[in-house]
Ligand binder design. Structure first.
Ligand code: AHG
Ligand code: MN
Ligand code: MN
Length: 341
């Protein structure tokens, strides 16, 4: 067998091979005024994704599934993987001049990296470093979600410049560490998808301009909470079951939204008695996913008439109910919510 026989064969229908890095440079070249800062931030996210992916694949071997402070078999202190993922993102983004503020679901307070306003443009990056981390224990899908905003320079307090509605996001995306590692990105010009080729260590573009099917008889919700959902959600579920809908729930938002992006359907995290405002976080989960879904032609609401991207945040860790996915499916949920008052 020759050495070449060990390399993956290229798909016969593929023409150009475009890596995430090349894609970012292509986009940048369409904006002659671009300073490159934004591209550097995306490249920090790409390297973070590769590093986190490598840790996820070894999580059990490295014994990083337990609580922070636990010891591995060598008696060394171990960190939970969400702490490791958080550090990776903080360290890769920390080295990028264009990043002024980083805010993570894992940190109570945002990290102010650069306070001077001398540079032309500064960005804020917000992220959920490891979404669905309890899935690691059972070798299930987990992810990273990110959102990029321009720093609001009218605000004197750096933290306040993060409190912008999701409609102001300049980019958003997620990385799914599933059977493949997938990077899904929007910079406001549609949604593109890349898959990590483990043989070459590069994200390769596999789809451009993803579009969510307008309808699919599939809902994704934690039905164990059903009895504490507001009446409209319960009525929608009863209706969907009569219509023969399927139920699919990974328990990691990235996994569930990825399926909906590709196949359609509706994802919901309604208010419950345990979480009256819903469980998902506006800045780290709902806003970036809402931007992706809308860029793919779908809808994202937190209640009737309340588009997620229009919610004015008052706190960086605030939570919102989430209903997103295929246009027709989201509309049906909203109808039930409206008619139930
Ligand atoms: P995280 O692991 O970042 O805290 O997020 C978990 C979230 C989200 O990924 C998922 O959709 C939801 O929690 C699942 O919650 P339930 O277990 O209550 O269904
Ligand atoms: Mn999460
Ligand atoms: Mn998380």
């Amino acid at each position: 067998m020759t050495a070449a026989a060990n390399l993956p064969s290229l798909s016969p229908q593929s023409t150009d091979i475009v890596t995430l890095q090349a894609h970012i440079l292509q986009q940048q070249s369409r904006h002659p005024e671009a300073t490159g800062q934004f591209s550097w931030i995306l490249s920090a996210l790409a390297i973070s994704a590769k590093m986190i992916s490598a840790h996820v694949r070894r999580a059990r071997l490295d014994d990083v599934l337990g609580a922070v402070g636990s010891q591995n078999v060598q008696g060394e202190q171990q960190q939970k993987l969400d702490v490791i993922a958080n550090e990776i993102l903080l360290r890769t983004l920390g080295g990028r001049e264009g990043v002024a503020i980083v805010a993570s679901e894992e940190n109570e307070e945002p990290v102010i990296l650069r306070e001077d306003d001398s540079a032309e443009r500064k960005y804020c990056v917000m992220f959920d470093p490891l979404d669905g981390s309890s899935n690691l224990d059972i070798c299930g899908s987990v992810g990273t979600i990110f959102s990029i905003l321009r720093k609001d320079r009218r605000k004197t307090e750096p933290k306040d410049s993060l409190l912008q509605p999701g409609a102001q996001q300049v980019a958003a995306g997620y990385v799914l560490y599933g059977s493949s590692t997938v990077f899904v990105l929007t910079i406001g010009l549609g949604v593109d998808m890349f898959v990590l080729d483990p043989a070459y260590g590069a994200f390769i573009r596999v789809a451009q301009g993803l579009k969510i099917p307008a309808t699919n008889k599939c809902y994704s919700v934690n039905e164990g909470n059903r009895l504490s959902f507001p009446a409209g959600y319960q009525q929608y579920l009863a209706w969907a079951q009569e219509q023969g809908y399927s139920s699919r729930y990974v328990g990691a938002m990235v996994g569930d939204v990825h399926r909906i992006l590709l196949q359609g359907g509706v994802f919901m995290y309604p208010p419950t008695s345990k979480a009256p405002k819903g469980k998902l976080r506006l800045m780290y989960e709902a806003n970036p996913m809402a931007m992706l879904v809308e860029q793919a032609g779908g809808k994202a609401y937190s209640g009737p008439g309340q588009r997620i991207l229009d919610v004015q945040p008052t706190d960086i860790h605030q939570r919102v109910p989430v209903v997103l996915g295929s246009t027709e499916e989201v509309a049906r949920v909203m109808e039930k919510l409206e008619s139930s008052g």
